[in-house]
Design a protein around this ligand. Sequence first.
Ligand code: XIL
Length: 360
Amino acid sequence: MLHLRNTRSRRLPVASLAASLAAIVAIAGSLAGCSSTPGGTPTPAPALRAVSGSRYFGTAVDEPQLDLDATYSAILGSQFSSVTAENSMKWTSTEPTKGTFDWSMADKFVAFAQAHGQKIHGHNLVWHNQLPSWLDAGSFSKTELSDLLQGHITAEVGRYAGKIAAWDVVNEPLNEDGTMRDSIWLENLGQGYIADALKWAHAADPAAKLYINDYNLESVGPKSDAMYDLAKSLKAAGAPLDGIGFQGHLDTTYPFPSDWAKNMQRFADLGLEVAITELDVRVNVPADAAALASQAGYYKDAVSACVAVSRCVGVTVWEFTDKYSWVPTAFPGEGAACLYDSDMAPKPAFAAVEQAFLGK
Ligand code: XIL
């Protein structure tokens, strides 16, 4: 299975640790579920899932961590009200052999979420990546491929019907210039694969909210304009599209997308819900205190953008700890993108998220 997982333990330089000590001490109580008053009396500190109010606060989680890492599981269960499977529900995990499904990892992920009262954001059903080789390298007629897609969607959505709040039905369908991304789906089925996928997912679980999800959608521009046009035409054609997911893989070497709330609002005005589905904020590594402070600002502004849009239903971070983040593998030279460091200590971004939800 293709997992670009990072398991290296990366420590901050001593200078950065000292500089960010005050922030860490101030929020360390959140990890243990308590904080200190000036008089030293411990008071319960609300978890992020409590301060996020009517919105959910979620994280991606990779199923193997649930067994490996008790500290990870404890934070996961206590801080987050929604979870997204980082890999366990992708096609390569669930249908590794044609017509033979393996639900073992997805089932375990779903059971954890249910045991902790968490919503589940299903990810994903149609994508150009992480397809099993029998499918990617196979040769199928248009009808065969369409039947395979319908069968896969029907099986997966049907298995978890009633348990999944929302599905990323189609992931990353667009290029940066706003054209449709080349994939086995577009190439063989044409653009109609999107409406078909939505229709089949809806038939398998009429209660689940159905999303299209993509990255670099934050600002108004060719890609988000194309997503807007796509969403509008799908709605006009009566396709069961409920939401647009803004992944939000941010990088502090670029300016924060300051029109993000305004951009989300125009999708909301189409009658759709919106969500930030994969937030992380990468910095150049090793990260110093200034980088972590800048990162905290990006997290705060991202959560505030969602809070500013009444139809923005929640924010999900793409893993909550640098220990397991996909970023260093995907973006060499960058990393430290999460709310917790590799030693599971909350970073300044943790408090920034809390403040944003509280409107501070
Ligand atoms: C990434 C996972 O985090 C990695 O573990 C995996 O190796 C590759 O995929 N956009 C998406 C996610 O929609 O599914 C990707 O997840 C990150 C980018």
